[in-house]
Each structure stands twice: as structure tokens, then as C-alpha cells.
Design a protein around this ligand. Structure first.
Ligand SMILES: [Zn+2]
Ligand SMILES: [Zn+2]
Length: 91
């Protein structure tokens, strides 16, 4: 089936759209790079409040350039930089 964010037919991992509530959370399949990027870009709070659907993630301004780039590669692992907000949130 492939990654629901970048659309590549690669191995995927399960992302919980509502990270704090894994038991009841809907899930989507994301490739490793997209999954890492999502968690490096957004805090769990932001994910829960604003990006709790795959459509919202697909339309997120802050993911556009990443998705555009990764979709043209065959990379299955990447280094990602955490956003300042995520870094602060992690403390
Ligand atoms: Zn992907
Ligand atoms: Zn996740």
C-alpha cells in the first residue's frame, strides 16, 4: 500500500494520529522518513490539535517541501532536524 503521505511504495510504520491516545487513535501508514519528519516538525500537542487526519498532514505547510523532496527519492532512512518548537517542547 505504501506511505500515505508521500505516496511511495516502500515499507511503512504505523503512525497514531492522536499520539496521546494510542488505544483509540486512528492510524495511518507512513514510511520511516515521513514518520520521523512528522514527529520532528510537530509536537504531540500540535498533532492532536491540528493534524489528526492524513488530509491535514498532507496539507500542512511545514511538510510540503519535505514531502515534495522525499517523494522523488528512494530513501528509506533520513536524518531530520527537529523544529525549534519540538526541541523546546521536549525540553
Ligand atoms: Zn512517506
Ligand atoms: Zn507517529
Amino acid at each position: 500500500m505504501g506511505c500515505e503521505l508521500c505516496g511511495r511504495a516502500v515499507e511503512t510504520t504505523t503512525h497514531h494520529l492522536i499520539p496521546k491516545n494510542r488505544k483509540d487513535s486512528p492510524t495511518v501508514q507512513l514510511c520511516q522518513p515521513c514518520h520521523k519528519q512528522v514527529h520532528a516538525t510537530f509536537t504531540n500537542h500540535e498533532l492532536k490539535q491540528e493534524y489528526d487526519t492524513i488530509e491535514a498532514l498532507r496539507e500542512a505547510d511545514r511538510l510540503q517541501s519535505f514531502v515534495e523532496w522525499i517523494s522523488k527519492t528512494d530513501k528509506t532512512d533520513v536524518q531530520v532536524d527537529e523544529s525549534d518548537r519540538v526541541r523546546r517542547w521536549r525540553g
